[in-house]
Design a protein around this ligand. Sequence first.
Ligand code: BGC
Length: 480
Amino acid sequence: MILKFPDNFIFGTAISAFQTEMGSSKESVSENSDWYKWVHDENNIKDGIVSGDLPENGDGFWDLYREDISNAKYMGNNSIRLSIDWARIFPDNIEDIYANIKYEGENIVGVTLPKNSLKEMLSSSNQKAIEHYKEIFKFIKDSGLLLFLTLYHWPLPLWLHDPIKCHDNIETCEKKGWLDDKTIIEFGKYAYFISDVFSKYVDIWETINEPDIIASQGYFFGNLFGFLPGVSDISKAFKVEKNLALAHNISFKNIKKFNKNKEVGIGIAPQYFEPIKNDSETTRFVKFIKYLNNEWFLNATNFGLFDNNLDMIFDEKIENIVPPDYIGIDYYQRVKIGYKGLPDVPYIFNIDLLPCEDCTDFMWDIYPQGLRFVSNELFEKYHRPLYILENGIADAKDLKRSRFLIDHLIELKKTIDEDKIPIKGYYHWSLIDNYEWARGFSMRFGLYSVDYNTKKRHPTKAVEIYKKICNGEEFDEQYR
Ligand code: BGC
């Protein structure tokens, strides 16, 4: 079988800083973020909110990046997606550094830095970390790969967020992270600074990875997924999502200032929601869940339209919002949904989630057709080019990864060829096994598996298949 993609199609693999950098040396460890504090917290470990695995025992990409990037190159990838660690670059509080702030009503719509502030930021930053990132980027460029850089893949510096105090009491904690408008301003400054420092190396930019997940898992689902700060309050979840939309918009403009001709976008994690019944109540309910999960954020960032009370009617229009150059899709699973219809329970809590049919180790439901469906739907709604920025499987025994990869790429090809949806690239999650947030090292997403004791990388079966697909070569269909 041959899966031939367009000539300029981007094939890559993705990783993120917190999930892969630490583990190889003292320098590789970055301790000043909220996630670092969260996963080390003894009560969180005791209560089973987090696994007890520690990120400083991880991959060590910080030192072993040459080997990993060479493996990506070996697979015929022409790009790699990674993120940088805000808390590593700015471990100390820099709120005092002045920024020009532009408001529309009460909303922050612009944050820029005068020259002096940019200089101050440079002298307050961790120069060693910046130089090290430059070395990694240079190696990527010298290997002939396009660098796709995500500015923010989840951890916040501790000077902006105390996840433990906020978990204990979200009303009284002082450092409220994304619930606080201050974080929007600091993100604007960070984006301005980073694009000044790194634009020479970066080919494609992403502002924020999956703002929808940060908001829902951190502020709606309480302790269920172990995401910080483990709060369960829907109005707070959507305040966070609004702040992330504003932060994206500001950082988009700031990156564009230094990267006029480069693409800058945002990636979310849309799921394929399938109603378990066809009756009108279930259909209406699934439409609502899909709206909250797949559309709310993109309505805000593409059209400036906000629905602040979640009644599916826009109640605020912000003019100073610029649509992104592309939308990134992180697609993993189908979710089958029913409506419980319990009278005394808030509408959203009436959700009935059905178990997976074809399960990953995470008990996520494998459903490749969902990738095609979601891509069609988001393109029809938002008319932006698309990238698949994540798609992958937790599969420690390496039993389903090859089939997963092939079947998703078959659907992707149909989406491009038959549906004519402009999808410009595909990044598999993940290049190497990585630290899976609250679940630690148990979930194995890597195309290359990692022995965390020896730090040795081993190719999974899918490596040779991905290599053949990236190179447009024939591969054996029996792997499915
Ligand atoms: C996140 C990754 C994570 C992956 C698998 C995505 O939502 O961006 O950080 O490892 O899913 O759970």
